[in-house]
Every structure is written in structure tokens, then in C-alpha cells.
Design a protein around this ligand. Structure first.
Ligand SMILES: Cc1ncc(COP(=O)(O)O)c(C=O)c1O
Length: 363
């Protein structure tokens, strides 16, 4: 079986570990351990009879719910089959420009979507040297690559991820705003932004109506632990979203996913619970990793940690699978990181403890 290019490939991991898929403790996919919320399951159950009908192609009810959630008119929001589907549409849009700038290391799917439409890609590496000895984010402000500014960018697109996967860096809204004046199109993938509580998030959704060249992508699969259901949405100028609708099939979001989405975005309890769980649990995992010889975690605003390792991370991955049935995400598919980095999701305190114990035993 091929080495997976994404996290969460349990079939591959189970084959290597020699155990059933269910026995694998998966740190490789950055999915919340708290979900799916009961509200999602209840909504799915209540909509089983709707399987007999095609979805309504405008997704009016879902768009209305999202429009209340984000305080935006419904025509500025387009639901999709995961943000991955919307990335495919973004790729086609970006390919029409002279080039697209990626901040690297970049999520592998960006290369897939840009290559599909023969887009020209220019890469700008992020500063990875910036390490802190504790996870106190107030001590640091993550910076975009300096060279991004001051180029002639008005014929180019920028595809940016905030918070950034796989580093967990968070760029401030203030830092991104000037780029909207420079680039022909700016796409901000905010797949992990919902993990930040409202008072800390740096989303660009609040300014989307001021910039025709801004697209924000959101995912509901990570925060609500619904990657198998597939659900995301784009927020952008209605003309752009109408164009995308004309490019894709009429029913990309199924009825059960639409019902679950409406339920979870108004599930304040689940949202509060997640915002209370993440910072202390991530900090505990960070501290635990930092005390293991040869490992150096990077501070992160998201629900995962990038860890620098003196030992080969693919070897470590293999040993963790074979001896402990634990799956971590090696970073071989991120060419700038290679074999000296791995990424782990923040899971429950007891799961995190199991990972730390296994790593201590191996290192
Ligand atoms: C940065 C980033 N964007 C988008 C996605 C796609 O998420 P989904 O299609 O499940 O919404 C992922 C999935 O791992 C991701 O890491």
C-alpha cells in the first residue's frame, strides 16, 4: 500500500501495524476528538427520509443559517462538499492569473488543484526558525514571508492558509489586509480558524464585502469532527460564487450533510466546550513533547503541533505504529520539512498521554 500524502489513512496504518483500523490511535488527521456533536447526529437521523429527494440546488436553508452565523447576506456564501471541493474551484479561478503564490510548506491539496488547471506556482517559504520554549503565543507574532510585499503582484493570486497547516502559525488580519490591495485574487483557507475563540480569531470574513478579490474558505469537518460527511463553504463576492456554481454539479452537498451543518453552527455548547478544551490540552501536549530529548514542538494556534525531531520521523512513525498502534503524520510530503518533522493532532488528555509515554519509550 502507498505511503499516504494526507493524514488519517487508517487502512495503510493498520496494514503496517498488523491490527484492525479501529485499534489505531490516530494523531495524523487534525480532527477534534470531542465530536461529532450530538446535535449533528440528531440532525442526520431526523433527515433520513430526505434521502428520497435531491438536495435543493441553492441550499437556501443552509445558506440562511450560515448567513445568520456570519452576519452576511446568503448570496455571499456557497456550501461545498468539504472545503476540498471549493479548493478545486479556486484552482480554476487562480489558473487564469499569471501565477499563484503559495506560502510553503503548503497543504498538499493546493498543488493538486493548481496543477489540475496548469496554474503557475511561485513558492515563498515561511520562517521556521522561530521556536519558543513554551507555548505562550502572546510572546510571538507570526510573520508572512517579507519578500511577498512590494513585488508587482497585481496580475497574481495568493493562496494562503490561516492558521497555517502544518506549522500552526497564525497571521494577523492586519498583516494580510495590505495584500488585498496588491494581489488580483487572495484566497484565505481558514479551515482551522474556528478553533480560535471569537476574541482571538483573525478571520477575514468581516471584510469580505469590502474586497471583490477576496475569497475565504471554511471547513466544518475538523472542528465538528465530520470529515466523512464532507462539508465546507466559501465566502466571496456573489458573482464569483455564481460562476463556481455553473462549473460544478448541481448537488455537491447531500441532504444529511446540509442538515448536520445547520445544526452544528448553532451548537454554542459544543463550540464553547472546544474553546475551553483546546488551549490547556495543547499546552500540556506541547510541554510533554518539549521534555522528550530530541523533540522540539512549534507553538501553534490550531489543534495540531508541528514537531522537529532529531530522529527520522518516518522511522519514528513506523515504530509508533508497530509497537504502540499510534499513527503520527510524517512530513515527507512537505518537501521543505522532510524527514525531521512530524505533526500530531491534539487529542484527549489520556490519548495525548499515551502518545507521550510511547515517544518516551522510543526516544
Ligand atoms: C489546510 C486545509 N485546508 C482544507 C482542507 C480540506 O478540508 P475539508 O475538505 O475536509 O473541508 C484540509 C484538510 O486536511 C486542510 O488541512
Amino acid at each position: 500500500m502507498q505511503q499516504p500524502a494526507h493524514g488519517g489513512n487508517l487502512a495503510w496504518a493498520a496494514a503496517l501495524a498488523g491490527c484492525p483500523r479501529d485499534a489505531i490511535l490516530d494523531f495524523s488527521a487534525s480532527i477534534s476528538p470531542l465530536g461529532p456533536p450530538d446535535s449533528a447526529i440528531a440532525a442526520i437521523k431526523s433527515q433520513i427520509s430526505s434521502l428520497r429527494h435531491y438536495p435543493e440546488p441553492e441550499y437556501s436553508e443552509l445558506r440562511l443559517a450560515l448567513s445568520h452565523f456570519h452576519q452576511l447576506p446568503p448570496e455571499w456564501i456557497l456550501p461545498g462538499n468539504g472545503s476540498a471541493e471549493l479548493l478545486t474551484l479556486v484552482g480554476r479561478e487562480l489558473a487564469a492569473l499569471a501565477a499563484t503564490i503559495l506560502i510553503t510548506p503548503a497543504f498538499g491539496d493546493y498543488y493538486r488543484t493548481l496543477a489540475a488547471d496548469n496554474a503557475k506556482v511561485l513558492e515563498f517559504p515561511i520562517d521556521l526558525s522561530h521556536l519558543l520554549i513554551n507555548n505562550d503565543r502572546s510572546l510571538s507574532e507570526d510573520k508572512l514571508p517579507l519578500e511577498l510585499r512590494g513585488q508587482s503582484n497585481n496580475d497574481k493570486g495568493l493562496l494562503l492558509n490561516n492558521p497555517h497547516n502544518p506549522t500552526g502559525k497564525l497571521f494577523s488580519r492586519q498583516e494580510i489586509l495590505p495584500l488585498l490591495e496588491e494581489f488580483a485574487l487572495v484566497v484565505v483557507d481558514e479551515a482551522f480558524m474556528d478553533f480560535l475563540p471569537p476574541e482571538e480569531e483573525q478571520s477575514l470574513i468581516s471584510v469580505v464585502q469590502e474586497y471583490e478579490n477576496l475569497v475565504v474558505l471554511r471547513s466544518l469537518t475538523k472542528f465538528y469532527s465530520l470529515p466523512g460527511l464532507r462539508l465546507g463553504y466559501a465566502i466571496a463576492h456573489p458573482d464569483c460564487l455564481l460562476r463556481w456554481q455553473s462549473w460544478r454539479d448541481p448537488w455537491p452537498v447531500n441532504n444529511l450533510a446540509a442538515a448536520a451543518a445547520i445544526a452544528v453552527i448553532s451548537d454554542r455548547n459544543f463550540q464553547q466546550q472546544t474553546w475551553q478544551w483546546l488551549p490547556p490540552t495543547r499546552n500540556q501536549l506541547f510541554q510533554g513533547l518539549a521534555t522528550i530529548p530530541g523533540l522540539q514542538p512549534h507553538t501553534s494556534a490550531a489543534n495540531f503541533l508541528l514537531v522537529e525531531s532529531q530522529q527520522s520521523s518516518s522511522q519514528l512513525q513506523q515504530q509508533l505504529l508497530q509497537h504502540h498502534q499510534i499513527l503520527i503524520r510524517d512530513c515527507l510530503s512537505f518537501k521543505e520539512l522532510g524527514d525531521r518533522f512530524f505533526r500530531v493532532a491534539v487529542r484527549s488528555v489520556s490519548d495525548n498521554q499515551r502518545l507521550l509515554t510511547a515517544l518516551r519509550a522510543l526516544l
